[in-house]
Design a protein around this ligand. Sequence first.
Ligand code: MN
Length: 249
Amino acid sequence: MATRKRSVARSLDEYKRKRDFEKTAEPEGGSDSRRRKRGLRFVVQKHAASHLHFDFRLELDGVMKSWAVPKGPSYDPAARRLAMEVEDHPIEYNTFEGTIPKGQYGGGTVMLWDRGTYEPEGGGGEDALREGYERGDLKIVLNGKRLKGGWVLVRMRRPGERAQWLLIKHRDAYAHPTFDVVAEVQTSVATGRTMEEIAGGRSRVWQSNRAAGDGRGAAVARKRNRASAAAHRRTAAPKRAKKKTTTRR
Ligand code: MN
């Protein structure tokens, strides 16, 4: 759809302006703006830039809406995690794990910390999400490996050009006041590697979509995914509590 393609391109202007694609292996974007039938994607990347933070990204209108969350997500419904909105990222960023060269924008190590699909909590598809995003009250359900259940992003104010939001866990069966998921889960959801292994690793920059040309990249990725799933079952999202709480925020 031409109109959609143009609006995606516009949406990625800032992303492209900030990066030199001759120097960074981050994706340039623009090759994956198709609508997907099976759920909208979300991804969380752990990013050791000048300050360690977690990049929380939600697919919407052909791009990944993005927030930098300094402390990362929390399963404690009482924890309100600051989430600073940043520029939209291309969908292809969802498979990016590796190192951004020093001196480049966001220079440092990027780990794929979680990924999966998400949906608006009350149904209504992408329209409901767009509405919630614009209203500054985005209630979502995450279906990831590490993050599950209901969450909300609430916009606070616009101090500069970027909005500050809060990321808060809903009180549901997955809520867990003492499970520190950010401390517990120290490995990539895609490759099982630690930050140190990614930083100094054999495959310094690994991108499943680009490596898929000869089919080998995708096979390696699948193999790694299976290995990582097995290795990290213990530290995955907490099991549903037996006693269900019905309190909502
Ligand atoms: Mn970042």
